[in-house]
Design a protein around this ligand. Structure first.
Ligand SMILES: [Zn+2]
Length: 303
């Protein structure tokens, strides 16, 4: 089975879980320490890739994991994780207690955007997680990794109201989930990710400003990988979000589908002007659900 694991300094492993069977779409992270932890699990269909990668590192049991938020590309495989590893528990926002043991509502919410057929085929069906395997997070909670190293959970709404980022002060790495947006490998600009129903510019900017106050060396994104220049990337994300909102607010008469097409075409032309190669452009465009972005922005604009 294909694998792509990158070891960074301070024993942080980036594991590509080949979301939708493609490379460079979804990163999980494993911090190897006295008390190790997995960050994100990925969708159900990615679970075999995750396990094969962990086993190739000689890791045959994982006691705990931390999930940034309750979107299925990040947590779809949780049920598999707690079934595979004895005594495994997951750290997650308190809404996890409500939804993970009975994931039907999560499934329905995502199906309404992507369709059920698409979800089953691309991300895979989800399994319930028993309450006993769930540990709810509190803002600023420190999860000990042993040897005086901590992973601090920082509540960070804006992309989703159930979003946490995880800060490893020891390495200066912030595990961002989807708070920032997307950076596909090549890495010097951010493409926003602003889904309904929770996206709010003010809330997200407040989160990003709070995160900018941390001492950062690296941002570890779910989509995708670890990037340096953290403060520049955060500023870049904020600029792009402003521009996107303005652009979409100027398309009031178009349907969501029409506006999505106009937005993606406009982005392609912008990226070309910036001199970005076609491969990278295709990566950004094909891996983004623009109709969802339009829905998220329009929902925010009517708030
Ligand atoms: Zn995501």
């Amino acid at each position: 089975m294909k694998q792509d694991i990158k070891k960074f300094s301070n024993n942080i492993y980036q594991i590509d879980v080949f979301m939708e069977d493609k490379p460079g779409r979804m990163s999980c992270y494993y911090i190897d320490s006295t008390d190790p932890i997995l960050i994100e699990v990925g969708p159900s269909n990615s679970f075999p890739y995750l396990i094969t990668s962990l086993e190739s590192l000689g890791i045959n049991n994982v006691n705990r994991s931390a999930m940034t938020h309750l979107h299925l590309d990040h947590i779809g495989g949780i049920g598999h994780l707690v079934e595979k590893y004895k005594n495994h528990f997951v750290y997650i926002h308190e809404l996890g207690i409500k939804h993970l043991p009975n994931p039907e509502k999560l499934w329905k919410a995502v199906s309404s955007i992507y369709t059920e057929e698409w979800l089953k085929e691309n991300w895979g069906e989800i399994k319930p997680t028993p309450v006993k395997n769930i540990n709810t997070l509190k803002d600023e909670q420190k999860i000990s990794l042993g040897n005086k190293r901590n992973l601090q959970a920082i509540y960070g709404p804006g992309h989703a109201k159930h979003h946490y980022t995880f800060y490893d002060e020891y390495s200066g790495t912030l595990f961002m989930g989807d708070t920032l947006g997307l950076i596909y490998p090549h890495g010097d600009f951010v493409q926003p990710n602003l889904p309904p129903p929770d996206f709010s510019k003010e809330v997200l900017f407040e989160t990003l400003d709070k995160l900018s106050n941390l001492e950062l060396k690296y941002l570890a994104l779910a989509h995708f990988g670890i990037h340096d220049k953290p403060y520049l990337l955060i500023e870049n994300a904020k600029e792009s979000i402003e521009v996107w909102i303005k652009f979409v607010s100027n398309l009031p008469t178009l349907s969501n589908a029409e506006a999505a097409k106009v937005l993606s075409e406009w982005l392609v032309s912008n990226y070309k002007v910036l001199g970005i190669d076609d491969n990278t452009i295709n990566n950004y465009i094909n891996n983004s659900h623009f109709e969802m972005q339009i829905q998220g922005i329009r929902n925010y604009l009517t708030k």
